[in-house]
Design a binder for this molecule. Structure first.
Ligand SMILES: Cc1cc2nc3c(=O)[nH]c(=O)nc-3n(C[C@H](O)[C@H](O)[C@H](O)COP(=O)(O)OP(=O)(O)OC[C@H]3O[C@@H](n4cnc5c(N)ncnc54)[C@H](O)[C@@H]3O)c2cc1C
Length: 468
């Protein structure tokens, strides 16, 4: 046990999409900011080289955490840069439907497209954004686009946070899911951390916050490093940026649950299911940019799902392909002949994050009848697309994947039903703030990362004003 550390203006807990955005803004404004991140720090030269090492080294739980009924595999990043290092870097603004539903659920007046537009503009100005050039789109993308056209569905190219993927050199995005080796992907480890450090930001990687206490004039954070040594950090303020599960867990473990009964409730994950078409000719879906298109069909949005052209590494595909022994092997042998489309549902039925024995995280998350209907509608549309393109067999993945982990500390005006107020400060607190994915009041049905950055920028201004 070591002693107490010197006092900082702000301690940011979690160095992911939100945490590093806030750290950059507050450091740039002259605050003394300390960051705590449970995961390790890598560079383009040191990111793991294989899919299995990526899972083991960049995610909590050694790769996959399961919901209590084991129906959804949760992928929770644990690395400096958080989700922005391992994600697919698709950058979408929320539409009016998402913001209107956020506003209705939370009572927060600025959840409107026009009010959020300036924050989106600032978020977009910090990253390079590109659409994969048409001549680089791979065969899996062609199946998606032409299959959509054949069915009269609308699709659109995806916008990715990338600077120069140099596809002409044979680079594949599948590798960048384990951290980009050519610093093209615009993770916050690349776009925010160096700027923050230039302005004095101190980051302690492999330091996990295990408790937080609010005192009248400061915040105390209890920290455990990789070797098990504990220490205490003192700061005027804390920003919780450890994601939906991380924030809920820290607050519950720190005894905030009695004051704020909504902690851990309202957990959403946009459950995603990968469905495959087996084709006679090779598809090589792993080759080149693995994602180029998304559905842009108003009918799909109304029905509560979206489709994306996607693929994954062989270990992940093996986990998702149903069946055992020879039946499973038969599909895996045809890996290079698989076309793949994913249905992502806008889940309506919230889950709950709890603490189990010895503080272990338990995530209860089930699909209700409406969520299952959305999944079915999406799977039917995929079937139509793959059949139109001549798939000889269709295999539907059974296990859901939870990549967009949202809620647990919802923003809202009612302290009985929410955790964080309009000023991004915990109800009943004046020193603890949050603006990451944990504050989502429901599932938007749209990729969340850009909106998390926009909210974090807005929150940074609010925190600076409060500090002044
Ligand atoms: C494989 C994958 C693909 C995705 N693709 C996309 C996409 O294309 N587009 C999109 O918009 N979104 C995508 N997402 C989701 C997106 O990345 C997340 O929504 C986003 O990163 C969440 O931001 P955050 O700041 O809330 O949390 P994170 O970015 O997850 O950061 C939280 C950080 O806090 C750390 N932490 C947790 N607990 C503690 C603690 N107690 N002490 C210290 N540190 C702690 C974690 O280790 C983590 O690094 C994807 C996610 C995954 C996993």
């Amino acid at each position: 046990m070591s002693g107490t550390a010197p006092r900082h203006d702000v301690v940011v807990i979690g160095a992911g999409t939100s945490g590093l955005t806030v750290a950059r803004e507050l450091s740039r404004a002259g605050m003394r900011v300390l960051g705590l991140e449970a995961g390790a720090r890598y560079s383009r030269r040191t990111y793991p080289r294989t899919e299995v090492d990526t899972s083991a080294q960049l995610f909590w739980g050694g790769g996959v955490e399961l919901t209590t009924d084991a129906a959804i595999a949760i992928l929770r990043p644990k690395v400096v840069g958080g989700g922005s290092v391992v994600n697919q870097a698709l950058m979408d603004r929320f539409d009016d439907v998402a913001w209107d539903d956020f506003r209705a659920a939370s009572g927060i007046p600025f959840f409107r497209s026009e009010d959020m537009a300036p924050w989106y503009e600032r978020a977009e100005a910090n990253i390079a954004l590109q659409i994969v050039p048409e001549d680089r789109r791979n065969e899996n993308a062609r199946i998606f686009a032409e299959g959509f056209e054949a069915n009269g569905y609308r699709c659109a190219p995806l916008r990715r946070a990338q600077a120069d993927c140099r596809f002409e050199d044979g680079n594949s995005c599948i590798e960048c899911l384990g951290g980009c080796r050519i610093d093209s992907k615009q993770s916050t480890a690349l776009t925010a951390l160096p700027v923050a450090e230039e302005h004095g930001f101190e980051l302690r990687a492999q330091h996990e916050a295990v408790g937080i206490v609010e005192r009248p004039d400061h915040v105390e954070v209890h920290v455990r490093d990789l070797g098990g040594t504990t220490s205490t950090v003192l700061a005027d303020r804390a920003v919780l940026a450890s994601g939906a599960i991380g924030n809920s867990r820290l607050l519950l473990a720190s005894g905030f649950g009695e004051r704020l009964p909504a902690i851990g409730t309202g957990f959403y994950s946009h459950p995603q299911f990968m469905n495959f078409g087996i084709f006679d000719d090779p598809v090589n879906a792993h080759d080149g940019p693995l994602q180029s298109y998304r559905s842009a069909d108003p009918g799909f949005r109304r029905q509560g799902f979206k489709l994306e052209n996607v693929f994954a590494g062989p270990a992940s595909i093996a986990m998702l392909v149903p069946g055992f022994a020879a039946a499973h092997l038969d599909v895996m042998k045809q890996l290079t002949h698989l076309g793949c489309i994913e249905v992502c549902i806008r889940d309506q039925h919230p889950g709950r994050i709890r603490l189990g024995k010895k503080g272990a995280v338990l995530v209860e998350k089930r699909l209700d009848a409406e969520d299952r209907r959305r999944r079915r509608a999406g799977a039917d549309a995929i079937r139509n697309v793959l059949n139109a393109m001549g798939a000889k067999r269709i295999v539907e993945g059974e296990m859901g994947i939870g990549l967009h982990l949202m809620g647990g500390c919802a923003i809202g005006t009612d302290p009985r039903r929410s955790v964080v107020g309009e000023d991004f400060t915990l109800h009943s607190s004046s020193r603890i703030h949050a603006a990451d994915s944990s504050i989502f009041p429901n599932a938007p049905g749209i990729n969340p990362a850009l909106s998390i950055m926009a909210l974090s920028l807005r929150a940074s201004e609010t925190i600076l004003e409060a500090a002044r």
